[in-house]
Write a protein that binds this ligand. Structure first.
Ligand code: ADP
Ligand code: MG
Length: 745
């Protein structure tokens, strides 16, 4: 955004700007479209009639405009649009710009790739221009995007549109140095940001002031309004002035009254341009679904890639671990086309780099849903392949929306398990024209055998990745909400495991029962890390959580597995894995207390990326994802072995004991024979072999209790303080109970 050159030229500029602003205001005011009308349904304005002031107080109408030139928009903006080759407006732009320019709140819904960004960037820039906003005026406008990549792209569009204006704009997103941002943030007029980072500045940056805010934009609004961002957004909104203009844009829009109340919208214009469209997805998009059994998915995917080596293909998998595994494994198999991967836990530069490099002519990008929304890939994506079924119809629309953007063609292929065919019906009900196809068995190139040998050859990292891919996929199905489509009990687990090349099927433990018993029902234990970039966010337990500093670092998981398992063994068990791991790790580092249910507007702590919820989310992940399952299995194994060992020792003890008693009895008889009639209590009691030593309570020695817990063992000793050298576990338990009862009575 350019700065004026000298004082005199600025004065002149100011004068002409003032005149222009006056003209624009009168034009806008005199030709306002009717409230509640959709300018798209008006007859198109002829393109050859004069625009602007037609004489005196008469201005040309702008509702019904089809070209940017016909709008009451500043010369600076029009010049920029023309230079960017934007001439004709898209439907959503035609529908919303006239309302937005005259100051109304907008709820805009339009298909993916239909030009929503310009629909809010233009009126935002214009509003600040007409208000004569300057660098000294502080934050005049905020655009909130759900992901850094979308924020980055929006920022680019803003830079284009605002290139001749004088505003300062900044991109505030995670993954960058927040301290540097803090130094400049108070000088910015337009902020493009992710919710977490914005709140971080609101909370941490001295004198950060949004009290003069004119325009607030929520891009991908349904995503930002959903539960995952709820607390963050509420805290943000509480710090913004109510009197402002608000734009909400998305491809799949919610009209939920509650949400609108939260945002204090004033009689918003609801503009949904594709509501009555025959199809919910771009018309130039060809969509197909193929039924594939779970164990054949990778074969079909591999075959697809091998037969589409000259395309730009975006492949969606449901978890980060699957993305990593398929990417690493396929890379080793050299399909003959460059491969890339993208997921939420990649470092910011890596993420940005990946999606911009995806402009290579031929390339396969494996991704989680982090790439499913809003991104406008530099070069057209030819194919969107969904290897795993999307969560719901909306998610499907967003994923396929990465192709066939703005007048370009695209194709999509959805893999469905035989148990997921219901998804097809749902897509068709939602006006999505999707055809069923079949994989050509002649062209199928099985890859599972190759994977098995790869896993043997490169156990590090492939074996671990394959295991994690397997576990996270099954868990992702288990946590799905739509039970009509997803059925974890129906998955061919063994075959699936084998198809990833795994020699044995990893054990999966669904930890939710345990968590439930902890009375934290909202804490879904099965959510995968990707989900922090997706819709499903955790409802958090209503208590102050000591989250400590145990966030996983990239690639640290295998180590963590070993480390935690050791800690477990050392500590004994009897507690849940989830209790042990955080405690062990937290105690080593500085503790950080976060009350995640703090009242709106109070302080919250952020991670280095500006996220608020993920630490807690990661708590759930660390507690309950496959990692603890494995530890749990190891733990069980360990204690099983311990019990077995004890049984053996027990038996040996019994034999010895019997022998001892026999000897004693013999001695006793001899004594009796010798005329010693003194009673020996021991002998009365211990005749039968199985009988325990409850009758010999004064002897001191060790005692084991069924709990196997070191702590309890110690406690048992203290409380009871007596002996049981040769008892079975059951016997010892019975003994302990009896004694306890007798102590109480
Ligand atoms: P959405 O947010 O609706 O998914 P975008 O705003 O990302 O879509 O726009 C999709 C693509 O369409 C972008 O590449 C953008 O440059 C292009 N585009 C938007 N509006 C126009 C227009 N009026 N004329 C030409 N291209 C446009
Ligand atoms: Mg968009």
């Amino acid at each position: 955004m350019r700065k004026p050159k000298s004082k005199s030229s600025r004065k002149q500029k100011d004068l002409s700007e003032l005149q222009e602003i006056e003209l624009l205001n009168s034009w806008i005011e005199s030709q306002k479209p009717d409230c509640g009308s959709n300018p798209m349904s008006l007859p198109a304005l002829p393109s050859d009639v004069p625009v602007g002031r037609l004489g005196g107080t008469l201005f040309s109408p702008y509702a019904g405009a089809t070209r940017f030139e016909q709008l009451p928009v500043s010369k600076k903006t029009k010049d920029a649009l023309r230079q960017c080759k934007y001439v004709e407006m898209t439907d959503i732009q035609r529908a919303s710009l006239p309302h937005a320019l005259c100051g109304r709140d907008i709820l805009g819904a339009a298909k993916t790739g239909s030009g929503k960004t310009l629909a809010f960037v233009i009126p935002l820039v214009e509003k600040l221009y007409r208000e004569r906003w300057g660098p000294q005026d502080g934050v005049g406008s905020i655009i909130i995007s759900p992901t850094r990549e979308i924020a980055d792209q929006t920022f680019d569009v803003l830079k284009f549109v605002g290139r001749h204006h004088n505003f300062s704009a900044g991109l505030l997103i995670g993954g960058r140095k927040v301290e540097e941002e803090k130094e400049h943030v108070n000088d910015l007029n337009i902020l493009v940001c992710t919710p977490g980072r914005l709140l971080q500045h609101m909370d941490e940056t001295p004198n950060f002031d949004c009290s003069q805010l004119q325009v607030l934009v929520l891009d991908e609004a349904d995503r930002i309004l959903d539960v995952g961002f709820k607390d963050t957004l509420n805290a943000i909104i509480s710090q913004l002035p109510k009197k402002r203009q608000t734009f909400l844009f998305s491809a799949t829009q919610t009209k939920s009254v509650k949400d609108l109340a939260r945002l204090s919208l004033k009689d918003p214009e609801y503009l949904s341009v594709h509501e009555k469209a025959v199809t919910a997805t771009p018309t130039l998009l060809q969509q197909a679904a193929v039924i594939v059994s779970l164990d054949k998915k990778l074969d079909v995917l591999w075959s697809f890639i091998k037969t589409h080596l000259n395309y730009r293909i975006l492949v969606f998998l449901s978890t980060r671990k699957q993305v990593k595994f398929v990417y690493e494994a396929f890379k080793k198999l050299r399909p003959g086309i460059p491969l890339k991967c993208l997921h939420g836990k990649m470092k910011q530069e890596g993420r940005m780099g990946t999606y911009s490099q995806f402009s290579e002519k031929r390339c396969v990008l494996f991704s989680t849903d982090v790439a499913s929304r809003g991104l406008d890939f530099n070069k057209a994506v030819d194919w969107v392949v969904q290897v795993d079924c999307p969560d719901d119809v909306a998610s499907y629309i967003h994923r396929v929306g990465r192709t066939a953007r703005y007048q370009s063609k695209g194709q999509s292929l959805l893999f469905l398990l035989p148990s997921e065919v219901k998804m097809l019906e749902k897509l068709k009900e939602a006006k999505i024209p999707i055809k069923s196809t079949q994989a050509n068995p002649d062209k199928l190139q099985p890859v599972s055998g190759l994977l098995a040998s790869l896993l043997v050859k490169y156990p590090d990292p492939l074996l671990g990745l394959a295991k994690r891919a397997f576990i996270t996929y099954v868990k992702s199905i288990q946590k799905q909400k739509d039970r009509e489509i997803f059925d974890v009990t129906n998955l061919p687990i063994e075959e699936f495991s084998a198809s990833l090349g795994l020699p044995i099927t990893p054990k999966i433990r669904f930890a939710n029962q345990k968590i439930k018993s902890k009375k934290v029902p909202e804490l879904s234990p099965l959510v995968e890390p990707e989900s922090w970039d997706k819709e499903d966010r955790l409802e958090l337990p209503k208590e102050e959580l000591d989250i400590g500093d145990f966030m996983e670092e990239e690639g640290g998981e295998e180590d963590a597995l070993v480390r935690n398992a050791t800690a477990n063994e050392a500590e004994g068990e009897g507690r849940k894995i989830g209790d042990i791991i955080p405690a062990t790790r937290v105690s080593k580092k500085k503790k950080l207390k976060i009350n995640i249910h703090r009242p709106v507007g109070t302080r919250v702590v952020f991670d280095e990326e500006g996220n608020t919820l993920p630490p807690l989310a990661r708590l759930a992940d660390i507690n309950n994802s496959g990692l603890p399952d494995e530890i749990h299995d190891m733990k069980n194994e360990y204690y099983k072995k311990l019990r077995e060992d004890m049984k053996v020792v027990d038996k040996e003890d019994k034999v010895l004991d019997r022998q001892r008693r026999r000897e004693k009895r013999l001695k006793h008889k001899m004594k009796l024979k010798r005329g010693n009639t003194e009673e020996d209590s021991e002998d009365n009691l211990s005749d039968s072999e199985g009988e325990p030593a409850e009758d010999r309570p004064r002897k001191k020695s060790k005692i084991y209790f069924g709990s196997d817990d070191e702590g309890e063992r110690e406690e048992g000793k203290k409380k009871l303080g007596f002996t049981a050298d040769s008892m079975s576990l059951e016997e010892q338990e019975a003994l302990a109970l009896k004694l306890l009862n007798s102590m109480h009575s």
